[in-house]
Ligand binder design. Structure first.
Ligand SMILES: Nc1ncnc2c1ncn2[C@@H]1O[C@H](COP(=O)(O)OP(=O)(O)O)[C@@H](O)[C@H]1O
Ligand SMILES: [Mg+2]
Length: 260
């Protein structure tokens, strides 16, 4: 059996009517590896996450995780295989507290029985686990606030805490620092390095290349749905095809209309 967190993608293609959002993409992620995924807006990054996490079935190609073929499996089955993700457009429960948001995520992929487990000791274990996740993302003191009351940076950190609460062995982070100030971005990078990466495989989509080069030793670049480069951050960011793909797109990078 493959090591936990091993991902293999071959010939992955996704068409939406006439539009090919992803075309013939191969990708391999080893256990415990951190990969950065970049590309101009609309290049297929979120679509790749949607295919891995089972939001859509692919039009062609194969995905295997830990040596098992998961191609076309629905999202609930994939999350039970301990693949977790965050969403570029956050998926929080705005009218629930910060605490309740993380608690709900703990049981997302688990059998319903765990929710009937209401002994006092069990409740304490649960409370400690939720508070640990909140402490990791710097939100312990906001536990009783509504999620909607957090600023954007706090909501992104809550989204990460929710993903971590489900204990994924593969974690997909979709623009975890999107819309953040430089200081908030540094804080997020620190949280990811300290609490999200150890012991799991991670793919990070981000436009903030400083952050990515700090977190990931390998980058993969998509352009118009195709993989155009892959390698160390230094090599990839000097690749002429990559420079050309990014030319003139810089000021569009925070002004996109993402589709999850
Ligand atoms: N559900 C969908 N239906 C139709 N088109 C989609 C859908 N999801 C994504 N697309 C299109 O696929 C392309 C890639 O989108 P996306 O994966 O969101 O890019 P990125 O995350 O790199 O910005 C875009 O042209 C986008 O409009
Ligand atoms: Mg996207």
């Amino acid at each position: 059996m493959a090591s936990p967190g091993t991902l293999r993608i071959e010939g992955l293609t996704k068409r939406f009517q006439a539009l090919t959002a992803l075309e013939d993409v191969d990708l391999a992620l080893e256990s415990g590896e951190a990969l950065g995924l970049i590309g101009p807006n609309g290049s297929g990054k979120t679509t790749l996450f949607n295919l891995i996490s089972g939001v859509y079935p692919p039009s062609a190609g194969r995905i295997s995780f830990n040596g098992n073929d998961i191609t076309g499996d629905p999202a609930h089955r994939i999350s039970r295989r301990s693949i977790g993700r965050t969403f570029q457009n956050l998926r929080l429960f705005p009218r629930m507290t910060v605490y309740e948001n993380v608690r709900a995520a703990r049981h997302a992929g688990a059998p319903a029985l765990s929710q009937l487990w209401v002994g006092r000791a069990a409740r304490r274990v649960e409370r400690d686990a939720v508070m640990d996740r909140l402490a990791e993302v710097g939100l312990a003191d906001r536990a009783e606030d509504l999620a909607a009351e957090l600023p954007l940076a706090g909501q992104r950190r809550l989204e990460l805490a929710r993903a971590l609460a489900a204990k994924p062995t593969l974690l997909l982070l979709d623009e975890p620092a999107g819309g953040m100030t430089p200081a908030e971005t540094d804080h997020m990078a620190e949280i990811i390095a300290t609490h999200a990466m150890p012991g799991r495989s991670v793919i990070v989509v981000e436009h903030k290349l400083d952050m990515l080069s700090r977190l990931c030793n390998r980058l993969c670049v998509l352009n118009f749905g195709r993989k155009i480069a892959e390698g160390t951050a230094d090599a990839v960011l000097r690749n002429p095809d990559v420079l050309e793909a990014y030319l003139g797109t810089e000021d569009e990078q925070d002004r996109h209309a993402p589709v999850d």
